[in-house]
Design a protein around this ligand. Sequence first.
Ligand code: TXA
Ligand code: MG
Length: 327
Amino acid sequence: MRPHVVTRRASADDDSAVKEAARIIRRGGIVAFPTETVYGLGADAGNPEAAARIFEAKERPRFDPLIVHVPGKADALALASVFPRTAHRIADAFWPGPLTIVLPKRADRVPDIVTAGLPTVALRSPSHPATRKLLAAAGCPIAAPSANRFGAVSPTTAEAVIEQLDGRIDMVLDGGPCPIGVESTIVLCSGEKSALLRPGGLPLEEIEAVAGPLEAPPASLIPQAPGSLPRHYAPRTPLFLVNGADEVPLEDRAGAAALLFAKRGISGFSTVKALSEHGDMREAAANLFSALAQLDVAGTSAIYAERAPETGLGRAINDRLKRASAR
Ligand code: TXA
Ligand code: MG
C-alpha cells in the first residue's frame, strides 16, 4: 500500500510560503490555493503534464476544461485570439472578481488539455489578495478547477481541500474561508454574442447592466455536465476505439492512422502516433488532445485509437476517446 503522504499546508499570509507555492507551480507541481469564490487546484497553464496532474489528483473520469487565472486584462489579451467589445466592458467592470470570460483561444499559448480540446479558453482575474500574490510570484497564468475530488462539492476552506486531496497535491495555501463561497459566473463572449454559461458569484443582473441582455448558450459550446454527453470536440476523421492496434486487420491499416498508447513498432498504418514514450499515463493524458488534432489533419481515412488502461487518468483518456468515436 502507498504510504500516507501529508500535503504541506502553509498560511497564505506568509510571503515565503506563497513564493514556495509559486516555485512548485513553475516546476510543474500542483498547489491548492484560496480565491474569493472557492479553493482552486492550480498548475502552470502552459505545462500540459502539470495540467494532467490536476485531473489525476481530482480523479476526474474525464477531462473538463480548466479556468485559466491571470492577474488582469492585459494577460488575458495575450491568451485570447479575439477579445470582443463586451469582453472588454465586463472585464473592465468586474475584474478582478468572480467573473470568468470564455473567449476564442490563442492555440499557440494554451495547451489543448487545459481547454479539453475546445477552441475557447476560460479566463478569470481573481480578486483574493493571496491569489494575486501567487499569480505575481509565479509569473505565469495558472490553470485551476475547484480543488475537490470528482463528484464532491467545491471546497471553501483549506480543511475541506485537505479532506479530499491530502497526499495527492504538492501544497495547500491556507487563506481561511473563501468570502464568496460559490464558483465564478461564466460568460461566453464569441464575436457579437454573449451568453451565460454558469450562474455564479457575480449576479447576472450586474453583468447585464453593463453588457446588455445575455443569450442562451450555443449547444456546441457548453461543456458536458456529468451525465449529459454532447460532444464538444470530435475529429472529423472517423475514430475507432480498439484494445490494441494489433487487432486491426492488415487490409484496414492502409490509409489509416494508429494512435498507440505507448510507442512501439507496428506495420501497415499510414500514420502512427503514440500518446506516450513508455506508457506513462500523465504523459499520455497531456498529449491526447493535441495528438487527436494532429491526426485529424493528417489526411487519413480512419483513426484507430488504443484504449488506455482503465485506471487513474486512463479512465479520462478512455472517456474522451469513447466520445470522440461516438457517431
Ligand atoms: O470560481 C471559480 O470559477 C473557481 C475558482 C478556482 O476560480 N473555479 C472553478 O472551476 O470552479 P470548475 O471546477 O468549475 O472548473 C472549470 C469549469 C469547467 O467545468 C467549465 O464549466 C468551465 O470552467 N470552463 C472552462 N473552460 C471552458 C470553456 N472553454 N468553455 C466553457 N466553459 C469552460
Ligand atoms: Mg468544480
